[in-house]
Design a protein around this ligand. Structure first.
Ligand SMILES: Cc1cc2nc3c(=O)[nH]c(=O)nc-3n(C[C@H](O)[C@H](O)[C@H](O)COP(=O)(O)OP(=O)(O)OC[C@H]3O[C@@H](n4cnc5c(N)ncnc54)[C@H](O)[C@@H]3O)c2cc1C
Length: 344
């Protein structure tokens, strides 16, 4: 049994997304299967993948340092045809989704997109689950044939924690032929926090009535932007006209499942928290130490958002953009207090 993990830029170990996909592949191949990792570029520590259970590593040797989706698909198609692994796992990121779709079309493979979980059925076949109808229902999907299954997993949905390795991995470089000339990459722009889809966001910074004003919401938005996340709001804040209804989280708003949720001046009413239950790390900033939000919070900051938010923003501005990992900084997710750790 063989599972490939195909990692795009920003997903490669030691990035948490890549490690989680590797752990998922290891779980699916236990006890005797083999995990192959494809790294979409040369500028990555190959050893990190080996240390987390990859038996074999394929590195796409692209001229630009990393392979865009089309180049990656060109380089991998024949190899996948020859080796016929059982499944390929990719992140449901923009890169991963494009590679998955193109590979599935090229190879006539089954595509299970946007899954939040993977299991095996009684016959050992892969079965994916994915939220539908605004996350109100969970659909179970499975491939019907025997062909290769290509699965994209939403970031943060993998169930296993990164494991340790089981033997030395070998690394092989796959040369990538030039970028096909019928498409040109014109660059990427960060989606502003007020436009980033709440359901897709890895980080959500939301404001409530405690933010105090529309101007106060500019700080919520600024913090979300610095963390590469989306801006959200409570119904009270929406009713006050500080944020549009599309940003409302909760029973009558959006259901979200970010890796990190930062609640600013939010009391934590059940109607609001109904939309946040799937958040992995909850950080709360509130002046009232008895506010219900603190019973949900992994990290509680008792303080005034008008002081705490500018302090967090100033501290983040001092960091390089790639160092602004919300979970590590705010939650000490790796078990180590980060520079912004403000637990009391
Ligand atoms: C049928 C129904 C459906 C609903 N659906 C939703 C929904 O989908 N989403 C939703 O959000 N709500 C919903 N509500 C409303 C919900 O019940 C709450 O009223 C709402 O979530 C509270 O919003 P809030 O936390 O912003 O305001 P509040 O409850 O007023 O809390 C404000 C908090 O800010 C703190 N604070 C004040 N000043 C500061 C400061 N300077 N710094 C830091 N903290 C400060 C206060 O201590 C307080 O805890 C619904 C209600 C009903 C009846």
């Amino acid at each position: 049994m063989s599972v490939w993990v195909i990692l795009g830029p920003g997903e490669m170990p030691p990035a948490s997304g890549g490690l989680a996909l590797l752990a998922e592949a290891r779980r699916l191949t236990e006890p005797a299967g083999e995990v192959t990792v494809v790294l979409a570029g040369t500028a990555v520590p190959v050893e990190a993948s080996a240390a987390h259970g990859a038996a074999r590593i394929l590195v796409l040797d692209a001229a630009d340092g990393w392979a865009g989706p089309i180049v990656a698909v060109e380089a991998l198609t024949d190899r996948l045809r020859q080796e016929c692994p059982e499944a390929c796992l990719l992140s449901a990121s923009r890169w991963g989704s494009e590679v998955a779709g193109r590979l599935a079309a090229r190879l006539g493979a089954a595509l299970l997109p946007g899954c939040v979980g993977l299991t095996r059925d009684g016959a050992g076949r892969l079965e994916g689950t994915r939220p539908v109808y605004g996350s109100r229902l969970v659909a179970r999907v499975a491939a019907t044939g025997e062909s290769l299954q290509i699965v994209t997993l939403r970031p943060g949905s993998e169930s296993s924690s990164p494991g340790t390795g089981h033997g030395p991995a070998t690394a092989e470089r796959i040369p990538c032929t030039g970028r096909p000339d019928w498409i040109r990459d014109l660059g990427e722009e960060q989606v502003p926090p007020e436009a980033l889809d709440l359901g897709e966001a890895d980080v959500v910074v939301a404001g409530g009535l405690g933010v105090g004003s529309r101007q106060g919401f500019a700080l919520v938005e600024e913090l979300a932007g610095l963390l590469g996340g989306a801006m959200g709001a409570t119904r009270m804040a929406v009713d006050a006209g500080w944020a549009p209804f599309a940003r409302q989280i909760g029973l009558t708003g959006r259901i979200i499942s970010p890796r990190v949720y930062v609640a600013c001046g939010i009391s934590g009413s059940p109607h609001h928290m109904d939309g946040v239950r799937q958040a992995q790390l909850v950080v709360a900033i509130n002046t009232d130490r008895h506010a219900p939000i603190f019973t949900y919070a992994d990290v509680g900051i008792q303080g005034d958002v008008r002081e705490v938010l500018p302090a967090l923003i100033a501290a983040l501005r001092r960091l390089r953009p790639e160092a602004r990992d919300a979970a590590a900084l705010l939650g000490g997710a790796a078990g180590m207090p980060g520079p912004l750790d403000a637990r009391r």
